[in-house]
Write a new protein. Sequence first.
Length: 267
Amino acid sequence: MTPHPTALPRLFIGVTMPAPNKYIPYYDDIIEAMAGTGCAFCTLQLRAAERYIDALLWESVNDPRIRREVSAARGFCNHHAWLLVRPGGALSSAIIYKDVVQSAARIVQNPPAAAGSFWQRVWARLGGRTRHADALVAALSPQQPCPVCINAGEIDAHLSETVLAALAKSNDVLQHYQASSGLCLHHFRTLLSHVRRPAQRDALLAVQLEVWAALNVELAEFIRKNDHQFRGEKFGAERDAWERAIALTSGPQPAGKSQRGGLTQSL
Ligand SMILES: [Zn+2]
Ligand SMILES: [Zn+2]
């Protein structure tokens, strides 16, 4: 695990300075993640989400503004909510989710006034729904994105700009990218959306195509060895190619319970 980036000055090629209590990956964190398994951005996103939730549980749980945001989001998204399950996280999670549950109950007990014109009311009735139910459904829906997802969007932008800033200086990052497992489709799209130079776009497309081509070979080999004619052949590195293909297109398997330890609480 990389030490917290705010602790020491390190090579930093990027955009905004880190906000307090937020994990902002540095260029060498990206290179380190590219040497590991799976999409480097996904690896760093999980780390950022873990740190964000650390800060939330240990430092910000008594901040009513943060709890209002989580309540307005109707809780964290499914992907991030379960990261709250970590040693020492029970009490803070209970405090946060007590607000979420209470705010949902308040909405049901005091449903919002139905709005709409006469024809909208007629239309809603034709669809078998009342205006009241529509307003209630809307009010119970997330009023803003999950706070960790908002943070993830900022991290994605930062990672992309950091890679592109490094690429503007040398091809080193491209070589690390080439040797990596590649970026998942979501992060490849994100990175491409930040590219402003056609030459950079072409270079990134070429590298990702190489990654997909190598994976395709492994998938073909896996499929071939599943044919009864070749059942005698042992599986090699391609044995988990199908799982890597899922991760590289649909994203990594959502983390279950966090393994991070608590700092101040006993549960
Ligand atoms: Zn990814
Ligand atoms: Zn989320």
